[in-house]
Design a protein around this ligand. Structure first.
Ligand code: PGA
Length: 233
């Protein structure tokens, strides 16, 4: 069971150190933090494995504003998110570019959490499975199958930061569908909170959570990690 905290564009180095001094995850669950780039070094001062929020596909080059897998590994970073819906929505990330990033990162030795998920319009139009299929197949084809460093995160876009969570049934169905295309661990993401974590995490095929807003506070993130331990034991 993996619980990943995606801090998005929150928590600079000072706030990162403050968080780490208050955060005591329980034993029995794998926890990772995904802080902004400028807070990676501060996060690495603590005991929790650190992931970036994005990674470029080239080793180096004229790509202003981007960071390579090799640079992250040199710093001591363990993995990276790839293809988060906010990257897709605001920064033009496509299924193909997300897949290229995932491939380069896995090849370089980083772990990857690749994010997939449908928008509200796509779900209402009955296109959820088609969208998920295209997203997951792009990653699968770029990696040549189920890479040992790859985890997927199913994050319905309509549930991210909205307080609306997928029902456990809906999450279970989507996870099973994703795994039928690419059999790797699948995290659930989208308004995971201390009070809904146990129910979501106890669904079959839900192998952990990608937590945004509720990972910013050490107490609420600790509670979610505890829920994961309770579900497993
Ligand atoms: P949220 O974000 O938990 O704030 O909905 C999840 C994510 O975007 O990874």
């Amino acid at each position: 069971m993996l619980i990943a905290g995606n801090w998005k564009m929150f928590h600079g180095p000072d706030a990162t150190r403050e968080f780490l001094s208050a955060f005591e995850p329980p034993d029995g669950v794998d926890v990772v933090l995904c802080p902004p780039y400028v807070s990676l070094a501060a996060a690495l001062e603590g005991p929790i494995p650190v992931y970036a929020q994005n990674v470029h596909w080239a080793h180096e080059g004229a790509y202003t504003g981007e960071i390579s897998a090799e640079m992250l590994l040199e710093l001591g970073v363990t993995g990276s998110l790839v293809g988060h819906s906010e990257r897709r929505h605001y920064f033009g990330e496509t299924d193909e570019s997300a897949a290229r990033r995932a491939r380069a990162a896995c090849d370089a030795g980083l772990r990857v959490i690749a994010c997939v998920g449908e928008t509200e319009e796509q779900r209402e139009a009955g296109h959820t499975e088609m969208v998920l299929r295209l997203q997951v197949e792009a990653i699968r084809d770029a990696l040549g199958g189920a890479h040992e460093h790859l985890t997927l995160a199913y994050e319905p876009v309509w549930a991210i930061g909205t307080g609306r969570t997928a029902t456990p049934d809906l999450a279970r169905e989507a996870h099973a569908f994703v795994k039928s295309i690419l059999d790797v661990p699948v995290l659930y993401g989208g308004s995971v909170k201390p009070d809904n974590a146990a129910e979501l995490l106890s669904q079959p095929d839900v192998d952990g959570a990608l937590v945004g807003g509720a990972s910013l506070d050490a107490d609420s993130f600790t509670e979610i990690c505890r829920a994961a331990v309770a579900v497993r034991s």
